[in-house]
Design a protein. Structure first.
Length: 242
């Protein structure tokens, strides 16, 4: 079974410094929705997901309004089960930043207690937990906040959520390195080996190049690890598990 995590950066072009900066400004601060959508391209997301050949994919940085197009395109490449979780809202249009789990295998969205989110830039992109009945497995995809105080609250929330027994996959954009996460998830194994995943954007990557996208597992074993680079400022990371 192949599982992957990908922060799609809203479908913006992270390969260009100026396009990335202008695109993020439009997402978070632009009031004209047409200018927002003009900068995004979900075909970029589909291209890298298709290349990953993942059975289960966690996606971060989805902008409210992209759900229908994303679901349509994902279903065309074999993902029958698609579920979303909400994070903070953008400043001017008050659009939710979201996460998703898309799967070729049957799953259902689980109830998850309201996680700590702040409605401001860096306030957390959402949490989602899905249960796979045939695999007897829970998969949790998260996008944590950028501020240390908020992220600590979110990590404590996750630690409490993971007290349940059984097979578990925890993945997402944690916005911090494994060294800071280790104490919260001591009963899980990290299978992404502290792989540096962000940022791929020119200039920014000279100052910010670290591991922030992680996959943790419980009662599963990693047999292969890989990554793919697309147009996002993040690598897609995938693991083969058994």
């Amino acid at each position: 079974m192949r599982v992957a995590i990908y922060n799609q950066m809203f479908g913006l072009n992270g390969k260009s410094f100026f396009s990335s900066i202008a695109g993020h400004w439009a997402i978070h601060f632009q009031g004209d929705k047409e200018r927002i959508w003009a900068r995004t391209n979900l075909d970029r997301t589909m291209d890298i997901i298709r290349k990953s050949n993942a059975d289960i994919i966690g996606i971060c940085e989805i902008l409210e309004g992209q759900e229908d197009e994303l679901k349509e395109k994902l279903k065309k490449i074999g993902y029958k089960y698609i579920h979303f979780g909400e994070g903070h809202r953008t400043k001017f249009r008050k659009l939710h930043i979201k996460v998703a789990i898309a799967s070729k295998k049957e799953c259902r969205k689980e109830y998850i207690e309201q996680e700590p989110i702040e409605n401001k830039l860096g306030g957390g992109g959402g949490f989602i937990d899905c249960f796979f009945p045939r695999l007897k497995l829970n998969v949790l995809n998260v996008h944590l906040g950028t501020r240390n105080k908020l992220r600590t609250k979110q990590l404590k929330f996750l630690k409490n959520h993971l007290k349940r027994k059984g097979k578990f996959i925890l993945m997402g954009d944690f916005n911090c390195s494994y060294g800071k996460l280790r104490k919260y998830f001591s009963d899980l194994n990290i299978v992404t080996n502290e792989l540096r995943t962000c940022s791929l954007t020119p200039i920014i990557k000279w100052f910010f190049w670290k591991d922030c996208d992680h996959i943790f597992v419980r009662n599963l074993k990693c047999v292969h690890l890989g990554f793919i680079e697309g147009f996002s400022d993040h690598r897609l990371v995938y693991v083969d598990l058994k």
